[in-house]
Design a protein around this ligand. Structure first.
Ligand code: KIV
Length: 300
């Protein structure tokens, strides 16, 4: 974690906001449940994002538009109950901050009550009212610009954003507005590295890139992508650090093979009754004991 942020105790949104360009880059990964949250925290990441990507990564939906605040809160709860050192950021899903400021604040509060230390929402100047209302309720907000998957239909697909001067300028202006409003960090998704660099050099709070090149203050990846647990062809910005899907298939196939060939369970993996009880039971069923007493684990 950055030198200007506490190395002991929990990572906080103000500590992330205080990150400077001389600190080591911030690291964020997604996690949606307790085992992946424990993995992320044991690996020492700074932030765990309970992203709306849970929709396609875990719940089998086509896009992120299907999940609700209740869905995200359910997953935030699972992550937060592991009591990670990392800051837990809950993603506000589509339509949870678009209708009214009152609904927006109540939805953000649901994620905080489930255990999030901050929330993230997509969009720039268009969403300033929502950002302001959440901040007024004392909830830290992370922005998200560039490719904003909740706007997939409006954007006409999942495409790199900010490729021409006008759209690049709009992203910089949006980032400045979010930072000025009080966001503690801004995610930049799928934008050219020159755009990410300009945003990073322009705003005072850290940028966290995903498909935005190396000039951001930090990087985020979807946990299942980096672990190789996804079977889709990953986008070019994903680096796979493991091949867990194939490792898992091999392990489950091995188990199936052992069961089908009588190699599982072994005597050591079996509870045994005391010899006298086993003998009586064997007499009762008319079968001879198969195990010799020396093979047996103590009765439990
Ligand atoms: O939901 C998510 O996983 C995200 C990341 C891609 C930043 O928003």
């Amino acid at each position: 974690m950055a030198a200007s942020t506490p190395t002991k105790g929990r990572v906080t949104a103000p500590a992330v906001a205080a990150h400077t360009s001389t600190d080591s880059p911030l690291v964020m990964v997604t996690a949606y449940d307790a085992p992946t949250a424990r993995i992320a925290d044991a690996a020492g990441v700074d932030m765990i994002l309970v992203g709306d990507s849970v929709a396609n990564v875990v719940l089998g939906y086509e896009d992120t538009l299907r999940v609700t605040t209740e869905d995200i809160a359910h997953h935030v709860g699972a992550v937060a109950r592991t009591e990670p050192r990392a800051l837990v950021v809950g993603d506000l899903p589509w339509l949870s901050y678009h209708v009214s400021t009152s609904e927006t604040v109540h939805n953000a509060a649901k994620l905080v009550r489930a255990g999030a230390g901050a929330v993230k929402l997509e969009g720039g100047r268009k969403r300033l009212e929502a950002v302001q209302a959440i901040l007024d309720a004392e909830i830290p907000v992370m922005g998200h610009l560039g490719l904003t998957p909740q706007s997939v239909h409006a954007l006409g697909g999942f495409r790199v954003q900010g490729k021409d001067l006008d759209t690049a300028r709009a992203i910089v202006d949006d980032a400045e507005a979010l930072a000025a409003a009080g966001c503690f960090a801004v995610v930049l998704e799928c934008v050219p590295d020159a755009v990410a660099r300009l945003v990073t050099d322009t705003i005072a709070v850290p940028t966290i890139g995903i498909g935005a090149g190396r000039h951001c203050d930090g990087q985020v990846l979807v946990m299942h992508d980096l672990l190789g647990l996804e079977d889709r062809k990953p986008p070019k910005f994903v680096r796979r650090y493991a091949d867990l899907a194939n490792d898992a298939i091999a392990a489950v196939s091995h188990f199936a093979d052992d069961v089908r060939n009588g190699r599982f369970p072994s005597s050591d993996e079996t509870y045994h009754a005391a010899d006298t009880v086993s003998e009586s039971l064997n007499l009762y069923t008319g079968e001879a004991a198969e195990d010799t007493p020396s093979e047996r684990a103590p009765a439990t």
